[in-house]
Design a protein around this ligand. Structure first.
Ligand SMILES: *[C@@H]1O[C@H](CO)[C@@H](O)[C@H](O)[C@H]1NC(C)=O
Length: 195
């Protein structure tokens, strides 16, 4: 539970940039309640927490530094590292078929509803990334803003953040913990990434 909650949180750190370019950002204040999303609904996942934490420790320092930068949103190296660890990323592209297999694999021990929800989420997220192609490409072409900055391709962070938000939003009612805090969190995350 703890670990999964952290995963969601950290992936979101990487995409906050997409929202801060909007003038009227409804997400700046952060979540309305101090509750972990995983306490409200456990969603399908791409990699085990340990694989995630390896990438997190390696890249979070850089990611935090990048968050202070303005301009075109930068790619998230934590997310790219996660994609690399499963060999899903290469040359600006995510292997959609392999990603689908991994997400579906995680649903095997979960409620059967998750399968179709996950397939639909993947479809929606790849369409969304496609519609943002120009911004994503621009982010990939950035040059280092500080010494040692590694430029990662924004596609990984875009897909992972979208999957996190979508799966949480689509959590079947019977699997969602109904209480005031969880309901508020659901409304918030319907438009804001995990952060
Ligand atoms: C991911 O793999 C690519 C090679 O396919 C490499 O260029 C890139 O630096 C790797 N990204 C991270 C964050 O390790």
């Amino acid at each position: 539970m703890m670990a999964k909650g952290r995963i969601i949180t950290i992936i979101a750190l990487c995409v906050v940039g997409f929202y801060s370019v909007l003038a009227d950002n409804p997400c700046l204040q952060g979540p309305p309640v101090p509750k972990n999303a995983a306490e409200c609904c456990v969603t399908p996942f791409l990699v085990e927490p340990s694989a995630f934490m390896t990438c997190h420790s390696k890249w979070i320092g850089q990611t935090k530094r990048q968050m202070a930068l303005e301009g075109i949103p930068r790619g998230c190296c934590v997310a790219e590292c996660v994609m690399n660890s499963t060999k899903l990323y290469s040359d600006g592209k995510i292997d959609r078929e392999a990603l689908t297999k991994l997400y579906l694999g995680s649903t095997k021990t979960m409620a059967s509803e998750w399968k179709q929800i996950t397939l639909d989420a993947i479809d929606g997220c790849f369409k969304m990334a496609d519609s943002m192609k120009d911004d994503i490409e621009a982010g990939a072409k950035l040059t280092p803003a500080f010494e040692g900055e590694q430029i990662c391709h924004p596609i990984s962070g875009t897909i992972l953040a979208c999957m996190g938000m979508t799966l949480f939003a689509e959590c079947p009612a019977k699997l969602f913990t109904v209480n005031d805090d969880c309901n508020k969190l659901k409304t918030y995350h319907s438009k804001c990434p995990f952060s």
